[in-house]
Write a protein that binds this ligand. Sequence first.
Ligand code: GUN
Length: 280
Amino acid sequence: MSAIILSGKEASAALLEELKPKVQALDPKLVVVQVGEDPASASYIKQKFKCCEKVGIRSEHKHLSEETSYEDLMKVVEDLNNDDDVTGFIVQLPLPKHLTDKEPEINRAIDPKKDVDGFGAYNLGKMFLSKDFEDLPPATPSGIISLLEYYNIPVEGKHAVIVGRSNIVGKPLAVMLINRSATVTVCNSKTKNLAEITRQADILICAVGKAHFITKDMVKEGAVVIDVGVNRTDDGLKGDVDFDAIAEIASAITPVPGGVGPMTVTSLIRNCVRAKERQS
Ligand code: GUN
C-alpha cells in the first residue's frame, strides 16, 4: 500500500480541541429531532451526542414516534425556533415515508440562524456567493474540505470528480470546491462512461451508497480518494470504494469507518458553535 491514510479520527480530534475554548465561552446547545426508528439514524445520532459530550456542548434528543404527523413535526420545529436556549437543531434524515415528500417544507421552516445542518435555502444560497459566505455549510462537504485542509492537500486547479449529486453531499460539495478554484465534474447514475471520467480525477469523491462501487480500474494513479459511503454488509461496514485495491495506487485515501464520518459530526458541532457566535 502506498497511499497516505486520511484519518478523520485524527483530524476531527484536532478540530474539536480547537473548538473547546469557544464551546466553554459560548455554551451552545444542539437539539437532534428524530422521527421513527431508522437503525442507521440511531447510530449516527449516538455519534453526534458522543461528540457533543467530548467537546462539552449541551445536547438534547427529541425522539418522536414513527407516526408523528407533518403538523406535529412542524410544531416541534416552530417551538425549537422560538426557544432562546436552543442554538441549533437538525431533523435527522431519512424521515418516515409519509413525511419524505415534506422534507423541503420542513427544511424551509427551520430558522436559518439555527439551521446547523445547512440544508435550508438561505444557507445553501449564501454558499454560492463565495467561500466567505459559507457560514453554515452542510456538514459532510464541510468535513471533507476540512480533512483536505488538515492534510495540506491542495484543491486549487485540481480536477475534482464527485460521484453522486445529492442535496446534502454532492451538490454542496461541488460548490465548495468551485469556491476553492477546483475544476469540478459531478456524475450521477445516468452518467455515460463513468470510469472514463473518474480516471481523470485528481481528487475523486464518491457518495453513492453502494459497497465497493469504485474499483481500481476507475482511479488514476496518484489520485486522492474520498469515500463518503457507509454501507452495512454481511461483512461489516464497507465504503463506496474498494479500499484495499485502490490504496495501492492512490496517493491518499479515506478509510471507512474513521474517515469522512467523524469529520461530518465535527462539522455539525462547528456549525453549532458558529451559529451561537452569530446569534450573540
Ligand atoms: N442523515 C444522514 N446524514 C445526515 C445529516 O448530515 N443531517 C441530517 N439531518 N440527517 C442525515
